[in-house]
Structures are given as C-alpha cells and as structure tokens.
Design a protein around this ligand. Sequence first.
Ligand code: FMN
Length: 264
Amino acid sequence: MNDKTRQKIMQNRELLKGYGAWDVGAEETDQQQKLPYLPPLKEKKSGELIALSLDLEEEAGDRNLYRLIENRESRRSFSQEAVSLRQLSFLLWATQGVRKYAGRFKQVTFRNVPSAGSRHPLETYLFLNHVEGIPKGLYHYLPAGHELECIDKREDYEKELTFALGGQRFAACAPVVFIWSALPYRTEWRYGLKAVKYILLDAGHACENLYLACEAMGLGTCAIGAYDQEALDELLGFAPGPSAEKDYECAIYAAAVGKQAETT
Ligand SMILES: Cc1cc2nc3c(=O)[nH]c(=O)nc-3n(C[C@H](O)[C@H](O)[C@H](O)COP(=O)(O)O)c2cc1C
C-alpha cells in the first residue's frame, strides 16, 4: 500500500468515528449559527401524481418478526409477475413514511425509520418496470401526502440503468428499482462534519426496513451499493459534484425489488 492510499484509508476510517476530516478546524454548525435549515420534504413538482393507500395492515400478513428476520436474504431473481401498487405503497410507507410532524412550523418529520436528529436526508426515486397499472418510468416518492410523482414516463432506460447499476442487469430489470439519494445539508445543518456518518447509517435503516417489508409480502430485494456514481446521478438529473451547495443531492444507495421467484 502506498503512502497516499494509506493516508486515505486512515482518513476514511476517521469517518467511521464521525470525524469529517483531519485538517478542518471545528466550526459551529449552521444550526448553532442560526442559519435556515433545508426542509425534510421536497416540494411537489408538476409531475402527474399517483395517490397511494395507507390502509396497509393486511399487506403485511401475520408473519411474525422472528420468521421475517430468519428468512431475510438478498434475492436476485424475481418472477415475471407485477408488483401491485398496494405492495409498493407498503414498501414506501415502511422505508420513508411519515408518522407525525413536530416543531414550531411542523417542519420536523418523524417517520417509520429512525434518522439522526430526525433530519431525514433521504429522498426515494423509483424506476418502475413492472407495477400493476403504472406506466414504466422514473418516479419520486412524496412522503407528506404518501404519493408518487411521475418524473419521466420513458421506457427505454434499461441500458443506461444497467450501466448505472454497475452492470447488474438483474437489478436494472427488476420490477421495481429503489434509489435513495441524500440531500446532505439537511443533516449537516445540525451535525456539520459528522453528518456523513449519520446519513449513511440512515440509509441502512431504510434498506433494512425494505428487506423486512418485502419478506412479509413474499417479495424479494437486494441492496445495491456497487453502482456507478456519475452515471446514476446523471440519470436522476443531479448536478455533478463535488459541491458544497446547500441543495446538492446525490445517489447513495439502491435496491432491486420483485416477487420472489419460485424455488424448485
Ligand atoms: C451496503 C451494501 C451494498 C450491497 N451491494 C450489493 C450489490 O451492489 N450487488 C449485489 O448483488 N448485492 C449487494 N449487496 C448484498 C450483499 O451482497 C448481501 O447482503 C451479502 O452477500 C449477504 O447476503 P444476505 O443479504 O443474503 O445475508 C449489498 C449489501 C449491502 C449491505
């Protein structure tokens, strides 16, 4: 290992402890400086909206948590069957659904997954290949109203998405592809340089809920971390980094979802 790599490894390991970088002096966070925060929910764009059901208890069946955890595994082969809109609704509720609002301006969200300081830096984008009644395309989840907004109904993204997901065709062709992005400033506003650690931990919580919610409904999922950053960001329309802009957004995690293929 050369010196440069060793240096970088040491720096990266410091991130595990929440230290952003060695050569930056401690500075008050933007919250301590009383600067405005970035709201945890994006505004609706002009996209067509699809209302999602919140009457979902039946979707989870009556499988007990022990069995769900015991059976959970990464699944990479899916049946040809479509995922239903109710199943998708359950997955979105389980991974980012809002359960209550707090704070003076009701701008703090509490959700079905934990998040450091309840900053909720994640956004959920979906490439829908095969969901009952929903045209193929790119969608964005709006947790406030539990709705999906259509960003682009294009059908021809398979090649680009496969490349963006590191050549993992099983993932790009899955009935549903989750992509989580982060707006880092939502968390940096409070935690400064420690934010990066918390944002990645938050993504893990969302994905684990996805695994368990899928398992409960006979769906399967596989986390995807081996993606091409530039290609995925470009596909989602994010500005290329590096950037210190407050509205900077980038993809940080993904997952493929489909009905579990029958095992013989
Ligand atoms: C952060 C993270 C990134 C991952 N990235 C990929 C990936 O890009 N492709 C893939 O096929 N599996 C990926 N996986 C799934 C792991 O390979 C899988 O969890 C591991 O082999 C253990 O299998 P299990 O989940 O069935 O217990 C990822 C898992 C995690 C937690």
